[in-house]
Write a protein that binds this ligand. Sequence first.
Ligand code: MN
Length: 237
Amino acid sequence: MSTSLTTLLDDLVAANRILAGLGIVDGFGHISVRHPDRPDRFLLSRSLAPELVTRDDIMEFELDGTPVAGDSRKPYLERFIHGEILRKRPDVNAVVHSHAPSVVPFSSSSSRLRPICHMGSFLRNGVSVFEIRERFGATDMLIRNVEQGAALADVLAGDTVVLMRGHGFCSVGQTIPVAVFRAVYTQNNAELQSRTMALGGEVTYLDDDEAALSEATNRAVIDRPWGLWKSRFAPAD
Ligand code: MN
């Protein structure tokens, strides 16, 4: 295995543990990374609670969700989220999917998720909501095929996060730490925004300039929380 693949697999396992440890995922939810040597493939655990994922559980997929090399282990039903976002977004290499409870209300309300705090500045445009009912009618709300994954990726467009009505959200990043950071602070921002709205006064969000400046600052220090989360939830053997 190439060094970059070994490192990525370690980071992918760590990310599963971190997202579980921080309550962003529970028995459900997942994170993928694009294959470093094959941009038309991605790496994602077999169907398993993220907290239990080890390197041996990682499967390799074509972007259309087909397991590579006849791997017959049970994959996540919603692997099409990952393949279709990675297909549409060559700038993205990592995708998180979560049902974090503090975020879901913003998927089901006309109140948009917006940056209430500088740590949520990557949400600067307000977050789009994928309404699965629009194109697919009554479903079990899951992304079960390429068409649904592509429709979700269309709503994400060039953004960092997309909400899924009555379901959850996805965050993306150029690297695993960035996608994890955005998932964690999407939940954090949703909690703070709900509390602020509950106060009942007029809510002031970061404006576009503040958000852009803040995001540039935050991007430069992502190694700090990533190092903390790794040491807390995924210590090296
Ligand atoms: Mn889901």
